[in-house]
Ligand binder design. Structure first.
Ligand code: PGA
Length: 252
């Protein structure tokens, strides 16, 4: 159960969030919880979750360890804050910042090398869905991360299916549509590795997830979790999503 805070919350606001979130999260033993704050709030978040079951992650990283890469942050720097996860290829990175598939594949490999769990985001735009290209686009995104074709590495990657048209729009894919694409992702991973390996890869759905639609989405067989944006900014709504998800998880 993952919350991507995007460019929200200062370090002080991060501290405040964890003060009210952690007591509620402590009872949720059946869920792996990870929160993705901004880089500048990561050290605060890392400190806050110490000794708890909640994990934190970065929203992006660069694939080099150090060097003349102005404005970038390395996996090593991220890991030092106590973060264990990193989002790679969120649609806002792909579409606003122009990150391409080749770069993202290298980032996934570097995250794995550095001991971070990459949450690799895939998904089609509205135009691509309407022209019937959604499947081909998602297949291409999967192919661009060679780690997903390696039976050793694939289970260490989390794949998040986020149709771009459902992100921040209030328009959720129906649970059945989300399941269809997540089953397709699992089938692609089976083809690249084998059924047992593909079964171990956790697949998340993201795009306008809220407490009211979590149970329906989480009841689907190939959806192992959710990646939440807006509804993950408030402790109460994210806790409700976690509880509803744990109750409804059809993949357990
Ligand atoms: P949203 O964002 O839940 O606000 O639609 C999801 C995401 O971008 O990961």
């Amino acid at each position: 159960m993952a919350a991507n805070w995007k460019m929200h919350k200062t370090a002080a606001e991060t501290k405040e969030f964890f003060n009210s979130f952690l007591p509620g999260a402590a009872g949720e033993k059946n869920a792996d919880i990870v929160i993705f704050p901004s880089f500048l709030s990561l050290p605060e978040a890392g400190k806050a979750v110490e000794g708890s079951e909640v994990a934190v992650g970065a929203q992006n990283m660069y694939f080099e360890t150090s060097g003349a890469f102005t404005g970038e942050v390395s996996a090593e720097m991220i890991a030092e804050t106590g973060a264990g996860y990193v989002l790679i290829g969120h649609s806002e990175r792909r579409h606003i910042f122009g990150e391409n598939g080749e770069l993202l594949g290298v980032k996934v490999a570097k995250a794995l090398d550095s001991g971070l769990v990459p949450v690799y985001c895939v998904g089609e735009t509205l135009e691509e869905r309407e022209s019937g290209e959604a499947w081909a686009v998602v297949a291409r995104h999967l192919a661009e991360a060679p780690a997903l074709a390696d039976p050793e590495q694939a289970p260490r990657v989390i794949v998040a299916y986020e149709p771009v048209w459902a992100i921040g729009t209030g328009k959720t894919a129906t649970a059945a549509d989300a399941q269809k694409m997540c089953a397709f992702i699992r089938a692609e991973l089976t083809e690249k590795t084998n059924a047992a390996t593909a079964e171990r890869v956790r697949i998340l759905y993201g795009g306008s997830v809220k407490p009211e639609n979590t149970a329906e989405i989480m009841a689907e067989k190939d959806i192992n979790g959710v990646l939440v944006g807006g509804a993950g900014l408030k402790p109460d709504s994210f806790l409700e999503i976690i509880r509803k998800g744990a109750e409804a998880d059809g993949s357990l």
